[in-house]
Write a protein that binds this ligand. Structure first.
Ligand code: CP
Ligand code: NVA
Length: 317
């Protein structure tokens, strides 16, 4: 296990930094963050930040992200406050540039879940405290950290692992691609025509590729899962796309993760899902329940990796 000093020397460069995209951390920093997360998870490490406050601005629903940030701060001796736009002046149109400067005087960091990445970046431009992406339409970088920590725990290492993401080329797929490329994972995103991952993100991921990782997109799920150690899926209609749900159900039918598709993958394959899941749509009840151990380990790791991230960003090492 890495010494506290060794980890601090690698991670302190990220202290006070924003975490807006999976590309904001390099491989050394992510692997060190995973070490710290594992130390926190096992109880071998305690970090007390002493009364720090994380503000939560969530414009979309959340169970895992919100609660894991709340519990992470509590375990670090700090607390969170809900800055729900419906109860703050944000909901009445107070500009982000003013909100960000005011909240920087009260809080020590902000975790923000919103629609546009641009809005998140505007907060980062005006705030003087770290801003964390708690999900935008473009990325879900905290999720990707928990996902790769889980895969590392299951397989012992990440380099050379084949991960096939089956479904919509959305925020979760984007962060999986970028983070996977940085960590040496071969990531294949398999989506129906017209729902592929953002080309710019694919190019960005390829440009960040380390340790020979391959990033690719395709349209045939049966081909995609061959030799995969990890099959990953997410909802077909993300938050904000509810009106497309029925139409997408028809288009995505071939992209359902079921026992037949799983049977085409590596014998040791694990199934991951960021949750919440729509059983009977992107994943069958049987597929999800037969892999419940892995999926709920993955959800649990949101807590440990975000606790490590906060400890670093808030200068607790
Ligand atoms: N996976 C995830 O981000 O879940 P929540 O929407 O519940 O936060
Ligand atoms: N892609 C999903 C992820 C939810 C955690 C959404 O944005 O709704």
């Amino acid at each position: 296990m890495a010494s506290a000093f060794g980890l601090a020397s690698k991670l302190n460069s990220f202290s006070k930094n924003n975490f807006l995209s999976s590309s904001d951390l390099n491989s050394d920093q992510i692997f060190s963050l995973f070490e710290l997360a594992k130390q926190l998870k096992s109880g071998n490490r305690r970090i007390d930040l002493g009364n720090r406050v994380l503000g939560l601005i969530f414009k979309k629903a959340s169970t895992r992200t919100r609660v894991s940030f709340q519990v992470a701060m509590a375990r670090l001796g700090g607390q969170t406050i809900d800055l729900n736009p419906q109860i703050t002046q944000l909901g009445r149109g107070e500009p982000i540039k003013d909100t960000a400067r005011v909240l920087s005087r009260y809080c020590d960091a902000l975790a923000i879940r919103t629609f546009s990445q641009q809005e998140l970046e505007e907060y980062a431009d005006w705030a003087t405290i770290p801003i964390i992406n708690a999900l935008t339409d473009l990325e879900h970088p905290c999720q990707a950290l928990a996902d790769y920590l889980t895969i590392q725990e299951k397989f012992g290492e990440l380099k050379g692992i084949n991960l096939s993401y089956i479904g919509d080329g959305n925020n979760v797929a984007n962060s999986l691609m970028i983070c996977g490329a940085i960590l040496g994972v071969n990531v294949q995103i398999c989506s129906p025509t017209g729902f592929e991952a953002d080309k710019k993100i694919v190019e960005k991921a390829k440009s960040l590729s380390n340790f020979g990782s391959k990033i690719s997109i395709c349209n045939d799920p049966s081909e995609a899962v061959k030799e995969s150690q990890v099959i990953y899926t997410d909802v077909w209609a993300s938050m904000g796309q509810e009106e497309e749900q029925l139409k997408r159900k028809e288009i995505f039918e071939k992209y359902k993760v079921d026992q037949k598709l799983i049977g085409l993958a590596d014998e040791e394959v694990i199934i991951l899902h960021c949750l919440p899941a729509h059983r009977g749509e992107e994943i069958t009840e049987e597929a999800l329940e037969s892999q419940s151990r892995n999926v709920f380990d993955q959800a649990e790791n949101r807590l440990h990796v975000q606790q490590a991230l906060l400890a670093v960003q808030l200068g607790g090492l």
